[in-house]
Design a protein around this ligand. Sequence first.
Ligand code: SF4
Length: 438
Amino acid sequence: MAYKVYFLTLGCKVNSYESAAIAKILSSKGFEETQDPSSCDVYVVNTCAVTAEADRKSRQMIRKARRVAPSAVVVAMGCHTEMCKDENGADITVGTSDRPALVPLLLEKLHLREQSETEEGAYDAGTRFFEYGAVLLQEGTRAVVKIEDGCNNFCTYCIIPYSRGRVRSRSREAVLEEIRDLAGKGYCEFVITGIHLCSYERELGHDSTALGELLNDVAKIEGVRRIRLGSLEPYSMSDKLISMLKENGKICPHFHLSLQSGSDTVLKRMNRKYDTALFREVVRKLRNAFPTASFTTDMICGFPGETEEEHKASCAFAEEIGFTHIHVFPFSPREGTKAFTMEDQITPDVKNRRTAELRAISDEMESARAKDFTGHTVEVLVEKVPEPGCFEGYCREYIRVLGTCNSGDLVPGEILYCKVNVTDGFTLRGEGFRELTP
Ligand code: SF4
């Protein structure tokens, strides 16, 4: 009888990808994935450490795994466990640098040691990209492909360089092979992800055009129609890279450019490697290259020492850029980072008030952005067909679209066009059709 394995994944897309990768390896060993945690033999908690709250939740979920599946082997992996390996109460603990050891350790625990040789050979202690082979992580009709791990930047608030280690890149052949495989299965939209995408092949001495070259090769694969990029660092967006993205032809005009603060003095304290002038310039160049582009970002409110003026400057800059959406986080001190010990920590009340103010600005910009599309035609990748003649999906600019279409049966995964008649909050609504007429 096959062992049943249950996954509980916290945190980012990279974590989801890695859970899918481990699931794939276990499946090749005869394990079956289950959605019922109470009946599993192996309960994997893939943890996150991005904020103190994520740490707390990771600990809580490991305890919950014990409760829900008392006879299962509890496995803890991911960023949180990298930082505190000895104190989580799981049966097997691996972090991010030694996660290739997970499968051999698990097989040993289950007395399947003889199956573990391949994984032992692949153990790399975090110095090179761990190659899982082709992994299928789908987000609806999109497939997520990881190309890079780690970061060399050491922003003062971030634990990632400590928890995931330095930049290491996946080989171009492996990325292309995975995408060929997924395109052959019918996927046409690919989300290219990593911890620090623009650092792709940095350890080989390459600049950010290496990413542009990889994306050009991806675009040539038969069946690839859309390429979305994960979070990008503004200072890596060179003129050359922007022109490569434009020439590529398959890049979606949606850029998640990590801002963190719109105040130059706060950016300096965060050890970010750009200022607002550079950010503004990059947005201008990207808008020139992609006139309909959406910009999303992450911002932190209440970084240590943030004054009311700095907060106002941050809000004003966000409005000036005109983001489609801002993921706003109150600053959360992470032990082991420089910001943890900085003076002038902001009180929770002030952090929460500033977070609410910036979120309100984000909501306003998001509805205004949706309204810009009224009367225009957008291209939609159909993700759901809730009832005959109706579809849901996202346009290339990454805005949700709901529509009706009466020309034949609709199928998730197909591309439609939609004339936007009206907006409903952050959603576009309109009528779909299959062919664009000149
Ligand atoms: S760039 Fe900064 S925020 Fe992003 S992963 Fe690296 S250290 Fe963390």
